[in-house]
Design a protein around this ligand. Structure first.
Ligand code: ADP
Length: 210
């Protein structure tokens, strides 16, 4: 079997705000030649573009609350139905609660597909808060104020962290220490995936495995 014989690369990346999951998710997706899909990015693009969806979710996103599952799950189903996601995908920021986990499982089962790995990026709470404060200054995201950060982290701990137990029970979780330089963390992710037989393709994809 060559690397390109990897039948699929269907990944989730899960971690608290400030864990670096967005950055690492893009790198993993590129290496495996699959689209990286961030629900947060989709919502922000719609807000800045003034679309109907953007208008519906703006106040929710700005408060750091979760957009209703109905809307979020439909958006993800639509995106995963596009042809570029047929051979795999990396989802960043979805699922975020139990209802979304179940919706994704139903959707994948209806297509005869399954997840290959759930990458859990662990960082201590103090570290994630410090990183978010830095990002607030650099990027000026309207949901990076102290109050909204606290709300987003609380929702993560209450609703999102528990979904990892579901995936752990399915043997899918790859636990990665998210403290370190960007390159160190990337290398840990690729090593952990390779140890599970999931290697980035060097011949079919764009080969950016390191
Ligand atoms: P972060 O992980 O730093 O909070 P994201 O970019 O993942 O940032 O998400 C930004 C916001 O978009 C969330 O606070 C929430 O309002 C909304 N959002 C993103 N993904 C989801 C989701 N799966 N379910 C509900 N709301 C979501």
């Amino acid at each position: 079997m060559t690397a390109s014989a990897n039948s699929s690369a269907r990944f989730l990346i899960v971690g608290p705000q400030g864990s670096g999951k967005g950055t690492q998710g893009v790198l993993v997706a590129e290496a495996f030649g699959v689209p990286s899909i961030s629900t947060g990015d989709v919502f922000r693009e719609n807000i800045s573009g003034g679309t109907e969806l953007g208008k519906r979710v703006q106040s929710i996103v700005e408060a750091g609350d979760l957009v209703p599952d109905e809307l979020t799950c439909e958006l993800v189903r639509d995106r995963l139905s596009q042809s570029d996601a047929a051979g795999g995908f990396l989802l960043d920021g979805f699922p975020r609660n139990r209802g979304q986990v179940d919706d994704l499982a139903d959707f994948l089962a209806s297509r005869g597909e399954a997840l290959d790995a759930v990458i859990e990026l662990s960082v201590p709470r103090d570290e994630s808060i410090a990183r978010l404060r830095g990002r607030a200054i650099e990027q000026g995201r309207t949901d990076d104020t102290e109050e909204v950060i606290a709300n987003r982290l609380a929702i993560y701990e209450r609703e999102t962290a528990p979904i990892l137990d579901v995936y752990r029970g399915q043997g899918l979780v790859v636990d990665i220490d998210g403290v370190g330089t960007l390159d160190e963390v990337t290398a840990r992710i690729f090593a952990a995936l390779a140890a599970r037989g999931l290697s980035a393709s060097h011949d079919g994809g764009n080969g950016a495995a390191a």
